[in-house]
Design a protein around this ligand. Structure first.
Ligand SMILES: [Zn+2]
Length: 261
């Protein structure tokens, strides 16, 4: 068996990287997990959905995917910048302070008008903040505008292209239920769950599912997926700790390489 796309280094919750990256990686690893089991049961042809090719994202920005209102600003509610040290991070923190938003409380518990400000900008007064030890003052343009700038620049950065894909409108393909995976994969049950069902579990339940695999699988199957499980568990612990409710629909996993045993 090889899992060349699973890094040797374990996930470090103290240096998690971007939050979108963590969410997409969890989604991809769940796909690898099901693909590995599909192969051992000779039930998968592990690959893309024949209908959508594994890619359901459009090129149109979906504002509904840009903010996680169950999170605080500190924990990454503005997903475009969550886990980065870019200038918008201190700018948004200061903007929140100007408008009476508690940096540490989930946005859904506070003035909901602030979510529109985060998306579409604030033009009443400039925001003064410090970035890289330099004082700055400018208007907050909103994260949709920031993302559009990234798109217009025709970025070739892999990380930026992943971001753009994440924030694009997704439609749930009826053939693969938004998993991006082949029909054979969708029929695989692990601990009574299909991949489409696991994708939609609340994060605490997804974590329980992953933790239970050692008991619910036979030794051969668990031996196969053990490396994936050991990477998924700390990522899900991290997502539970910051308060993320569920994974958004992520369809980019269809491009993953095959797993062989
Ligand atoms: Zn599909």
């Amino acid at each position: 068996m090889y899992l060349s796309h699973i890094p040797a280094r374990p996930f470090n919750p103290k240096r998690p990287g971007t939050l979108v990256g963590v969410m997409m990686t969890v989604s991809e690893y769940l796909g690898v997990l099901y693909g590995s089991i599909a192969e051992t049961r000779s039930a998968g042809s592990y690959g893309h959905c024949a209908e959508c090719g594994g890619t359901v994202a459009s090129t149109e920005i979906d504002p509904g995917r840009m903010i996680a209102p169950e999170l605080s600003l500190k924990n990454g509610a503005v997903l475009l910048w969550a886990g980065t040290d870019c200038a918008p991070v201190p700018r948004i923190r200061q903007l929140g302070a100007m408008l009476g938003i508690d940096y540490l409380r989930p946005l859904e518990e506070q003035d909901q008008r602030f979510i529109s400000v985060l998306l579409y900008g604030y033009d009443k007064e400039p925001v003064s903040f410090v970035h890289n030890k330099r004082p700055r003052a400018d208007y907050y343009r909103g994260c949709i505008s920031d993302l559009q700038t990234m798109i217009d620049a025709r970025t070739t950065s892999k990380g930026n292209l992943r971001m753009i894909s994440f924030f694009s409108k997704h439609s749930e393909c009826p053939a693969c239920l938004g998993t991006g995976m082949s029909k054979g994969m969708l029929d695989i049950h692990i601990s009574g769950h299909t991949l489409a069902e696991v994708d939609k579990l609340p994060i605490p339940e997804m974590l329980s599912f992953i933790k239970s695999l050692q008991q619910s699988m036979d030794a051969h199957e668990f031996n196969l997926v053990g490396p994936i499980v050991s990477h998924l568990e700390p990522m899900l612990l991290y997502l539970r700790k910051i308060g993320l409710r569920t994974l958004p629909l992520i369809t980019a996993r269809g491009s993953l390489p095959a797993v062989s045993s």
